[in-house]
Design a protein around this ligand. Sequence first.
Ligand code: NAP
Ligand code: ZN
Length: 353
Amino acid sequence: MFKAKAYSASSATSPLASTTISRRDPTDRDVQIEILFCGICHSDLHYARDEWHDVMPTVYPCVPGHEIVGRVTKVGSAVTKFKLNDVVGVGCLVDSDGTCPQCKAGFENFCPKQVLTYGSPDRHKTAAVTYGGYSDSVVVDERFVLRIPTKLNLAGAAPLLCAGITTYSPMRHWGVAKGKKVGVVGLGGLGHMGVKFAHAFGAHTVVFTTSPKKKEDALRLGADEVVVSRHADEMNKHAGSFDFILDCVAAEHDINAYINLLARDGNITLVGAPEKPLSVSAFGLIFGRRSLSGSPIGGIAETQEMLDFCGQHNITADVEVIPIQMVNEAYERMVKSDAKYRFSIDMASLKSA
Ligand code: NAP
Ligand code: ZN
């Protein structure tokens, strides 16, 4: 084992603070990574504050971070995909059983034995649970390490590992393409990636936001139209017209207002994971045979496909690069819907922490 610097939360109400954690020495199949950038996902905040207590209680201390980009500093003897100095990424998953039907089909994100990058029981017993990317290093099985296209800006590439795949995957699944009308609800980290992908796939893209001042940004990011969701008349104009809506909202909101905007057989997929259950009117779904579903991140092969797509189309997140000492401030701004549009931590700042 070796020591790594990190930032952790010690309780639901304590701010994140500098700490030292243990990392395992790489096994034959492991890759050791020096972390260069780590995005801040709203899930990090939900988890650090134990907001998902009923579904996934937080184990403290917790080290969040699952939008990791870094450089390979060591490889195990059986590693074949990576070599020293490769630029690589790690997302929300670091292991799975590899043998179940889900894993065999490339859906590690549905494996019942998946190991999350932070907060899952640590099979290697380095600590009680896995520790995430708010750290200077991480050691990961090569099957869960991704290749980052060389031309991408690394601070902006980090959020692709969660915000990117979480929006790319359901859009691919539900056939977002030219000729479709697609809505993206909530212009935050996930939402702004959703807009970029919907636009890149050729769909007519409409952003729904509660923040009128984000209108110009939404258009710049690729939206064809922007609707301020608090204005009922603007919402009503779109009634019954959408093929697909991606709901990226992190807090309680009225989902029925969006179900009513779907066309016949339209689908709304939840990727946002508010702490409290949403209330759904049966009639909104019945009239129009509409469907409501959810989607968790994506499998490893699809994550690599998404990264390669981003390499080809030069897609990265719009990031505000911050030192790790500003992480608590970034959390407060995220709660106020003021991330523009993802914070990316420059991990060099951890050296002076
Ligand atoms: P974020 O950057 O904070 O963005 C959330 C956006 O939701 C805000 O920018 C805001 O957009 C909108 N919003 C916030 N509060 C609202 C309210 N009360 N009513 C209506 N809209 C509101 O968060 P994120 O990192 O994109 O994550 C979004 C959600 O997805 C989180 O719950 C996160 O845990 C979840 N998530 C799920 C997966 C998955 O696999 N399914 C993966 C990653 C994250 P406007 O200002 O435009 O209204
Ligand atoms: Zn995330």
